[in-house]
Design a protein around this ligand. Sequence first.
Ligand SMILES: [Zn+2]
Length: 425
Amino acid sequence: MTYTHFYNARRLEQSSSETEFWVRNGRFVEPPADTGAVESINLGGELVLPGLVETHIHLDKSCIMERCRLRQGTLAEAIEQTAAAKRDFSEEDIYRRAQSVIEKAIVQGTSHMRTHVELDPVIGLKGLRAIQRLQRDYAWAVSLELCVFPQEGMLNNPGTEGLLITALKSGAEVLGGCPYTDSEPELQIRRLFEIAVEHDRDLDFHLDFNLDPDSSLLPLVIAQTLEYGWQRRVTVGHVTSLSAMPLKQLEQTANHLAEAGVSVTALPSTDLFLNGRNSEFNIPRGVAPLQRLEERGVCCSLSTNNLGNPFTPFGDASLIRQANLYANIAQLGTGEGLIKCLNWVSRNSAQLLRLEGYGLEVGCWADFITVPACGADQVISELIAPSCGYKRGRKVFQRSSAELLAPLVESGERSSGVLVVENRS
Ligand SMILES: [Zn+2]
């Protein structure tokens, strides 16, 4: 089979008219003059969107709620409970839990993922090995990228740095950081920059996970990014301190982030769940204000972070749900605002991960989903789940619609016929 012809589809920018796509060797191509053998696929008039992009998710510590006990629901407790549960992780156990999440994510339309993998002397390389196996086993549906990082500190945790370097040498794509658990947060940042530059890797920090802008480590990350010329290769996740900054200071910080090409990821589920635990009323939302950052030129994404653990006990791996949650928090209710939320889990996320060939244009990889919606804003406002997904032009999942079963009338037919309801997540 040389070409695949997808027809009866709709695109965002051409919302009223039908469109078609041609795919060859896994990429979108121009309609051929002489087709030869063609497989034709009817997309049922559905909206076509590029596959969704998860920029920050922890597969290795997902789905462990039954092994933990939540009392305060604080960040400190989440770290302590997860660290204790981690002592009993085996490679097989990590693989199976991660597998259950990646399969959920696939049917929610995710086609690319950066997953954070913890390394330290307790877990050793078990997480790395399990997730690298998963990466190979699910390459047919998801492009999975590993970001190895020291969740429990590096300078206070001898042996961790050596494991990170071993992981980079064995193919881990990205180097992550978590200065807030380190005895020497600033030194961790400086050392990780040195390692990243030496091994030519992008950096992705868990940063400023608090509501105190005065203790921000962003100035150091920005300065190091500029010093090493690592623009567009550094991401900071959480940065919830940005939500506590007075507007003038926020705008200034956004300008500095944009100039240094440092990207920002908001993790709304976790940020909402863990922030503001000390407040009894007027509880702060504590989620980075992406729209204000983007206005000033910062590349932004939003992502799931955790599922089924003390950092976030909830989740179904749906990025559409995260985008809807973010729209609620950030009070983005217009069509334009909702499309921003969609872009933060698709086009902008792809930019953040520097994905090659992302999108629906000719030359891009044919990684796409079809959604029974009129427009992208409706996908987010009504949480409409995709009905099909394709990776490199090959179908990787489909979801059937729910049916209403109205009572039969005398003729033996349903009173209003069989009403097919568009599937919702
Ligand atoms: Zn994280």
